[in-house]
Design a protein around this ligand. Structure first.
Ligand SMILES: N[C@@H](CCC(=O)N[C@@H](CS)C(=O)NCC(=O)O)C(=O)O
Length: 290
């Protein structure tokens, strides 16, 4: 099957939950639907389907569920968090991989076929496409959590959970992203006659705005972890998964170090979780970029 045909079939599969009867994908879905375990034989249609779409597939455990969650996974990105959540929830899923352009670090255009913004993470679950990591976390926890990884509604912990779930992308990430961009302006290649001006502007923005903001956020999070073991309270929740990305980014490129021992202990604890390690195995090499 050619690349274009594959995309058409994939789009139909993701958006409407329908696939052509003649396609290998349809045959594989029927196999999974009937609960037949995927065989390892070279002529097995399910195997052919996986090869066609480049998925890592695990046979479905529940014969009643037709579709499997697909994580559209960009290397070195926030979608690692989604893999980790799925592992914590013990759900089965497929990983469809996308590689960043090594020069620009942007996602490849293939992701635009999944969602108009062309960013990762994005998941498809039957006829649903869900983008934006906070929304994905909420969707998966509500839909499949059975009360796990989120405090009960109406409790103070629930409000803290909601707060951290939104804070991670809404407040913590913007200064980290700005730091990434202005570091590149400061140090990236450009014509020699512009360089001194660009560098001076970048340094000014960083020292007057970005760095004070980062310090304030890191101090805030360090202090909050003095109140409870995890961000939402005594129990580990999906909010801890969501906040992991800004903290890992801060440790990688924004000066989070042993001077903030609670945040460093948090990172050590999450890295030791078996589900975190399994997610790394599924997702592949993971270097935080932005
Ligand atoms: N706030 C969004 C951010 C999505 C986002 O910017 N993803 C990055 C990867 S971490 C991406 O796709 N970058 C590649 C690009 O912009 O082309 C979320 O949390 O899902």
């Amino acid at each position: 099957m050619g690349l274009r045909q594959r995309h058409v079939v994939q789009a139909l599969f993701c958006r409407t939950g329908w696939v052509s009867r003649a396609s290998p994908a349809a045959r594989s879905v029927r196999l999974l639907q009937s609960g037949t375990p995927a065989s390892t034989g070279p002529t097995d249609p399910a195997r052919q389907y996986r090869g066609d779409f480049g998925y890592d597939a695990i046979p479905i455990r529940h014969p009643a569920k037709v579709f499997m969650i697909i994580v559209h996974h960009l290397n070195n990105s926030r979608s690692q968090r989604v893999l980790w959540l799925l592992e914590e929830l013990g759900l089965e899923y497929e990983v469809k991989r996308y590689e960043r352009d090594p020069k620009t670090m942007l996602a490849p255009p293939e992701l635009l076929a999944v969602h108009p913004l062309g960013k990762s993470p994005v998941i498809t679950d039957g006829g649903l496409t869900v983008a934006e990591s906070g929304a994905i976390v909420e969707y998966l926890v509500e839909r499949y959590g059975n009360g796990r990884l989120a405090p009960a509604h109406g409790t103070p912990e629930r409000l803290r959970y909601t707060y951290w779930l939104h804070y991670a992308e809404g407040s913590a990430m913007p200064p980290l992203l700005m730091k990434l961009i202005f570091d590149r302006v400061e140090n990236g290649p450009m014509p020699f006659f512009i360089k001194p001006v660009a560098r001076a502007i970048a340094q000014k923005v960083k020292s007057s705005f970005i760095e004070p903001n980062l310090t304030r956020h890191l101090n805030f999070m360090e202090a909050e972890l003095g109140k409870s073991e995890w961000f939402a309270g005594a129990d580990f929740t999906a909010a801890d998964i969501q906040i992991s990305f800004p903290l890992e980014a801060a440790a990688a490129r924004a000066g989070l170090n042993a001077s903030r021992p609670r945040l460093m202990a948090f990172l050590a604890k999450i890295h030791a979780r078996p589900a975190y390690k399994r997610a790394l195995e599924r997702g592949g090499a993971y270097d935080i970029i932005g």
